[in-house]
Unconditional design. Structure first.
Length: 132
């Protein structure tokens, strides 16, 4: 599914950077203290039939949504850590290629201080087709 593909792209980018990753839908504990971490969420926005059926009754359905990657580094840490993570994510997401899944509008949004952390969000719009 598209979710597994997107999570694979994010995981392959963040794992070498040694960030603790909190995946949506899991009961992972949010790190405290001086540990950089990320929260990854995928949300669908639209979806529906986008073609007529062929003679065999097969139809195309198109789905869109947003991939949210919330990044957190301790508020007193060197911001080059955050910049490095964001840069690698942007390169990974903008260079992603798949025959059925498209990523567009990769964005960096500086959120600022969030409790004991400084936060930046990386967002990407996605769309994909399902034929059934």
């Amino acid at each position: 599914s598209a979710g597994y593909v997107l999570m694979g792209v994010v995981n392959s980018t963040l794992k070498p950077l040694k960030l603790t990753v909190i995946w949506d839908g899991r009961d992972d504990k949010i790190p405290t203290g001086q540990t950089p971490w990320a929260r990854v969420t995928m949300r669908h926005a639209t979806g529906g039939q986008s073609s007529l059926s062929n003679l065999a009754g097969v139809k195309r359905f198109t789905y869109t949504g947003t991939l949210f990657i919330q990044l957190f580094v301790p508020k007193n840490s060197n911001m080059s850590v955050m910049d490095n993570v964001v840069d690698k994510l942007q390169v990974s997401l903008t260079s992603f290629k798949d025959s059925n899944l498209w990523l567009r509008d990769v964005q960096r949004r500086e959120i600022g201080r969030d409790g004991d952390f400084y936060s930046v969000n990386v967002l990407a719009s996605f769309s994909y087709d399902d034929v059934r």
